[in-house]
Design a protein around this ligand. Structure first.
Ligand code: ADP
Length: 884
């Protein structure tokens, strides 16, 4: 960290002691050339913190300095301008750029890097230019990215009736265009932004953006002109090199096209190079995959565990060996498939690798040699690859061959075979990098030594000339000691004074005539000689030229990689596919999961299902597996049982199993048949996101309402404890009405698990034909109860709340009193019969069940419009349903 005393850029240091002078703003501060340039730059990048490279430091001035200093933990200093006052400043050594930029991005700022791009010549102003503008969605630098996650910049544009989305990952240069119905406040948009891992959202200035919709993403307003449709089309044509856009299908998504125009303009401003080679444009739709809302992602603990700590589903599934693999796994969890053939294709891959242990082991070994190819290529495209990046690509080329040959040798699934066929580097790339690059590479090209001896004649000549001079210098110490008789004479080098001969003061009188003094130290004197000077200049000049030549060669290699970016990106995707398949096979084997049978029915049949994460927490053998059947006869299961019995676990495990099956994974069960679900809805417990000031009950009802509106007959609906947030009577009534609606509404009738501790709801199974009761088995021994966590048919007859209170450690006296009160209440106002589930004697205090569906349909018939035969048919049908 910088303090005011020790580090300052040399030519902006004020040596005047602190004086009580006014603080200047940029406009009034002195008129040095650099400040003039700085002002012009700042006018172009008013919203970013401009980091100006001055010598070995990056400095910030004026309001930027004041804004950034606290965030970066830097001392705010200032440059004095005589009597006029001081301009606030702060800065840090250039080596610390990445860590400071990360902090700026984390705190919501953008950083514009105003770097020295010209040669540094004493006495002349160095040429500077904005080399990068970093913002949360525009990051390609290795130090600022996490291997396992993705960050996308997403443009939004609202047209009447539709919001256009253009999501761009600057690393893969994949641009996805789609439109969702409604404006930016719609839930569908928030779901898409979460799926896309949006870290920055671009909107036209003035677009109202509700606080919660973008999640953690930063919202960046841009000038409306950047969303102009004609300019957007031009930009897209420019970026793709296509003359006509017809083939891309963008005409179908006009709002998204306008958003894409803004994204491309923003890339230009960020100095992100768009490679026509790499850029891939995909027009997609919201119904191409299973859409997951924020609640479901959270309830199924896809990426983080509820309560914060513990293994997430992603972590459980992650036995990948490459960064591409884990990122693809994450993308798959974000976007489960809905097409049976696609799911089967993935499952076949897991199957193939599960059965071939040896292939899997060899594949894992080969994958371990693959580096983050996707991002290495991205850095080559941006021209910021280091020698080590190029070395990593060289090594990866070799590893790709190994990966592909493992899969080729073992007949695998079609998906594996296709993926392996993509695992090839562009022709000749490996050989070229191998021939060019040294074995051990320096961190930066400026250090020299990146190029293998023998790779380039010009470089070899320069190095040869340098090395004979170096040999002379190396021998100089011995020869001068001999010649002068000064035993303690030393030849050394430092960056400021270059080469020197050092003689301790004690031996000073023996210094020969030809020595010229260079530097005086406390105990010694440093000299040079004409001969030494000559050799020194050969060493330094040849070194400089050699490094320039090395850079040239590295630049060519970088361009070679960038030219093959498409093939390398395909190889990276192939690697990811293989890696995910082997990861899922590893997990399936280790955790004893089975292959689900996935079909287009609306059945769900699970034998011996387990909750993947709870099972892991409990340890081997302690989780009680459970069965479930939902089909055309049984659409809704009402699950009753005391709190803490395992209802919520059962619900969540069912949803997790469906989700796992649809990403193409094996599942934690003995057997599973999954009729593909178009969406999974979960409403589980009360969570603590009451940020909007809504009551728990209001949140619960809003979520339930969303489910009832959005679910379809193919959805899986998981409802846990609906109605808990209000009084018992209210709660029971609402819960019952919700179940009736799910059962009766023709567009719903979807597979539903409904858990409740209101045992009164078991009555519904007797009234609605497709509702079944299930309960969590409990063993009672006097006042003691034991939860068996086993789900059995039938309904629970009471709530056991007082028992749970005892388990939780409520003092004995309180429990005795509670039991007494409960008995009194039950005598006074029987809430449900407490006897057989589903029997008619159950008297719900309110909400007698609605009219039988047959009655409702009868009432709605338009008899005048029916022919006698249609009426007769209807009568037969209604009769059948009534007696069933
Ligand atoms: P409920 O929803 O009925 O209040 P939970 O599903 O939250 O109960 O389960 C409470 C605890 O019981 C879980 O944290 C877990 O430790 C344990 N549990 C639940 N289901 C099982 C099971 N099938 N096998 C073993 N333990 C279970």
């Amino acid at each position: 960290m910088r303090t005011s005393s020790n580090v300052r850029a040399p030519h902006l240091v004020t040596t005047t002691p602190e004086a009580p002078r006014q603080t200047l703003d940029l406009a009034t501060a002195g008129d040095t050339p650099i400040l003039r340039e700085y002002r012009a730059i700042k006018a172009d990048f008013p919203d970013a913190i401009v980091l100006a490279r001055l010598g070995d430091f990056f400095e910030m001035f004026g309001p930027d300095a004041e804004k950034a200093a606290p965030t970066l933990g830097l001392a705010l200093t200032g440059r004095g301008f005589g009597a006029a006052g001081r301009l606030p400043m702060c800065g840090f050594p250039h080596q610390a750029l990445a860590q400071h930029v990360r902090k700026l991005l984390d705190s919501g700022h953008s950083a514009a890097i105003w770097d020295q791009v010209g040669e540094v010549v004493a006495g002349r102003l160095v040429r500077r230019a904005i080399t990068r503008v970093l913002s949360p969605g525009m990051v390609v630098e290795a130090e600022l990215l996490e291997a396992a996650s993705v960050s996308r910049c997403v443009g939004l544009f609202v047209l009447p009736g539709a919001t256009g989305i253009a999501a761009f990952d600057p690393n893969t240069q994949h641009l996805e265009l789609l439109e969702v119905a409604g404006d930016v406040s719609g839930g569908a948009l928030a779901d898409e932004l979460a799926r896309l891992d949006a870290t920055e959202v671009l909107v036209p200035v003035g677009t109202p953006v509700p606080a919660a919709f973008a999640g953690d993403a930063r919202v960046t307003p841009l000038a409306a002109a950047l969303f102009d449709p004609a300019r957007a089309a031009d930009r897209l044509r420019g970026a793709t090199g296509a003359i006509a856009l017809d083939g891309l299908g963008v005409a179908a998504v006009p709002a998204a096209l306008r958003a894409a125009g803004a994204v491309l303009a923003y890339c230009e401003r960020a100095r992100i190079v768009i490679s026509p080679e790499l850029l891939r444009i995909q027009v997609s739709t919201t119904d191409r995959a299973m859409r997951l809302d924020a609640h479901t992602r959270r309830n199924l603990e896809l990426f983080t565990r509820l309560g914060g700590s513990g293994t997430s589903l992603l972590q459980l599934l992650d036995a990948t060996r490459t960064p591409m693999g884990v990122r693809m796994l994450r993308a798959r969890l974000h976007e489960p498939l809905i097409d049976v053939a696609d799911i089967t294709r993935r499952l076949d891959s897991v199957d193939a690798l599960l059965g071939a242990r040896d292939v899997r082991r060899r594949l894992r070994d080969a994958l371990a040699g693959v580096r983050d190819l996707e991002r290495l290529v991205a850095r080559c495209v941006q021209g910021i690859a280091t020698p080590r990046d190029l070395g990593a690509i060289r090594d990866t080329c070799a590893a790709l061959d190994a990966v592909a040959s493992v899969v080729r040798d073992a007949a695998g699934s079609p998906e594996l075979i296709d993926a392996a066929a993509n695992c090839v580097a562009p022709e000749g790339l490996h050989a070229r990098l191998q021939a060019l690059l040294a074995e051990d590479l320096p961190t930066t090209a400026a250090d020299g030594g990146s190029i293998r001896p023998g790779a380039d004649a010009e470089l070899d000549t320069l190095r040869g000339a340098g090395s004979s001079a170096r040999t002379y210098l190396a021998a100089l110490e011995a020869s001068e000691r001999e010649r002068t008789g000064i035993r303690s004479l030393r030849v050394g080098y430092n960056r400021v004074f270059g080469y020197y001969i050092e003689v301790p003061n004690a031996q000073r009188e023996r210094v020969p005539d030809g020595y010229a003094r260079k530097q005086t130290l406390a105990g010694a004197e440093r000299f040079t000689t004409p001969d030494l000077k000559e050799h020194e200049s050969i060493v330094l000049q040849t070194r400089e030229r050699a490094i320039a030549r090395e850079m040239e060669l590295l630049g060519e290699a970088t361009a070679l990689v960038a030219g093959g970016a498409r093939a390398l990106a395909d190889a990276a995707a192939g690697v990811a596919t293989l890696d995910v398949a082997q990861s899922l096979a590893m997990v399936a084997e280790e955790l004893h999961w089975v292959r689900p049978s996935v079909d287009a029915s609306t059945r769900l049949r699970i034998i011996g299902g387990r909750h993947p994460l709870v099972e892991r927490t409990l340890g081997p053998g302690r989780f009680v597996p459970n069965d479930l059947t939902l089909d055309d006869e049984a659409r809704i299961v009402v699950l009753t049982g005391p709190n803490m019995a395992g209802k919520s676990t059962y619900l969540r495990q069912t949803a997790s199993i469906v989700l796992l099956a649809q990403i193409g994974s094996y599942v934690p069960a003995e057997e599973a048949t999954i009729g593909v679900c178009d969406r999974i809805f979960t409403r589980i417990g009360a969570h603590d996101d009451l940020s909007g000031g809504l009551s728990t009950f209001m949140v619960e009802m809003a979520e339930t309402a969303a489910i009832l509106r959005q679910a379809s007959a193919r959805s899986l609906v998981i409802l846990d404890e609906i109605g808990r947030g209000t009084s018992t009577y209210d709660g029971v009534s609402i819960a019952q009405a919700v179940v009736e609606y799910l059962h009766d509404a023709p567009q719903l009738n979807c597979r539903t698990l409904f858990a409740t501790h209101f045992h009164e709801l078991t009555v519904l199974a007797g009234q609605l034909p497709r509702v079944r009761n299930a309960r969590v088995e409990v063993v009672e021994d006097g006042a003691e109860i034991t939860f068996l966590h086993r789900i059995v048919p039938g309904g629970a007859d009471r709530s056991y709340g007082v028992h749970v209170a005892r388990l939780a450690g409520i003092p004995g006296g309180v429990l005795v009193r509670a039991r007494q009160l409960l008995a009194d209440l039950e005598r006074a106002r029987p809430l449900g019969g407490g006897g057989d589930h589903g029997s008619d004697q159950l008297t719900l205090p309110i909400a007698a069940p609605g009219p039988h569906p047959v009655m409702r349909e009868l009432a709605s018939l338009e008899l005048d419009a029916m022919t006698p035969i249609a009426a007769l048919n209807k009568l037969v049908e209604l009769h059948d349903r009534a007696v069933r």
